[in-house]
Design a protein around this ligand. Sequence first.
Ligand SMILES: NC(=O)c1ccc[n+]([C@@H]2O[C@H](COP(=O)([O-])OP(=O)(O)OC[C@H]3O[C@@H](n4cnc5c(N)ncnc54)[C@H](OP(=O)(O)O)[C@@H]3O)[C@@H](O)[C@H]2O)c1
Length: 225
Amino acid sequence: MRIAIIGTGNVGSAIAHGLKGKGHEMIIGTRDPDAAEAKQLASETGSRSALPADAAAMSDVIIFALPWKAAEAATKGLGDLVGKVVIDCMNPIGMVNGALGLVVGHTSSGGEMVQTWLPEAHVVKTLNQVGAEIMAKNDHLPHRPAMLMAGNSETAKEKAAALLADLGFAPLDAGDITKSRLLEPFAMVWINQALFRGKGRNWAFAAVEGRAPLPDYHEFGNRHV
Ligand SMILES: NC(=O)c1ccc[n+]([C@@H]2O[C@H](COP(=O)([O-])OP(=O)(O)OC[C@H]3O[C@@H](n4cnc5c(N)ncnc54)[C@H](OP(=O)(O)O)[C@@H]3O)[C@@H](O)[C@H]2O)c1
């Protein structure tokens, strides 16, 4: 795939490193393509750097790795992105009542807002539920980490799932874009554990599935399920 990664911060750099050598053509979309950091990232990951709108115009898949406060203006500056797959890694985080929290939620979500800003693109919310480091490398984890995704287009989710697999994740389809309302608070669960409960950043969620059938509920005397 030809992929634009918009933003050269923690997440953009991590995804570029994670996708290195996986057969994709990557273009790093940055406000300063000539900056030494952008050139270094491009050289380390076998990609090239360009202005965000140019990177997006040249690509079929566009990954948004931007701060939420910059998201609307930056997104709209990329054009309408008709028919393109947009992977939204952003969490709508800010200070809420004096603590880090979601500034959008319950009855809407960042993912839905991005889809509203780009009505002709196929937005997939994903890669928001784990720290950036684990996006770059996760083969040291004892289980394959799970990564949920939400979006309206099945074809776009198939492409996103292929990229998630290239990054070492087991993709899980959560449903349409409104399910971003579940995925963004889920990111807060990771953040709470990592930053405020002392767990650190070297972990991810995994889906652990039974190999034997479930026992009959009636064995436990539960006759109401
Ligand atoms: N950090 C994590 O572990 C993590 C994990 C999951 C999801 N997320 C989400 O992913 C998004 C990116 O997080 P991040 O940690 O990569 O952020 P970051 O390190 O601050 O990087 C964001 C990048 O966005 C670009 N950018 C474009 N317009 C900008 C503006 N007006 N102000 C600042 N930067 C601007 C910058 O790249 P250029 O200067 O090259 O343009 C910047 O390096 C956030 O929405 C965050 O919630 C983060």
